[in-house]
Design a protein. Sequence first.
Length: 149
Amino acid sequence: RCLVLADGFYEWGGPDRTSQPYRIQRVDGQPYAYAGLWERWTGDGGHGAGGNGGSDDAGERWTCTILTTQANETVSPIHDRMPVMLQPGEEATWLSDEGPEAWRSVLTPYPDDELEAYSVSTRVNDPANDGPELLEEVAGQSGLDEFGA
């Protein structure tokens, strides 16, 4: 188990869940931790699924994943699941040796009244874009008005 630190996440909503990005964050804007899992592994040098034909996959890799849970009331209009956001104090339980029952106790949706979601620019769709303006709220965008009238 591990902690993945963040101050918000993005989810896409709309009819096909791709048309409008939303930023979801704590109402107080403070950072938090996701419940994560990590693994260290060594590739076999083969070119199995996902191999790119010419790279050396024999090196050591450190990987992680973020667990998800059902969406709370803030996130559910946008998506049916959300990352497991640990509440203050739950980090120690997630990292403890208490066992599966204790770990499962923190795998719940974050309290609805402590989160906010707002639409952001579709520029977040391109990883080449970076900057604080990507965090700013924008009016909902359908994508249709981008082609002019």
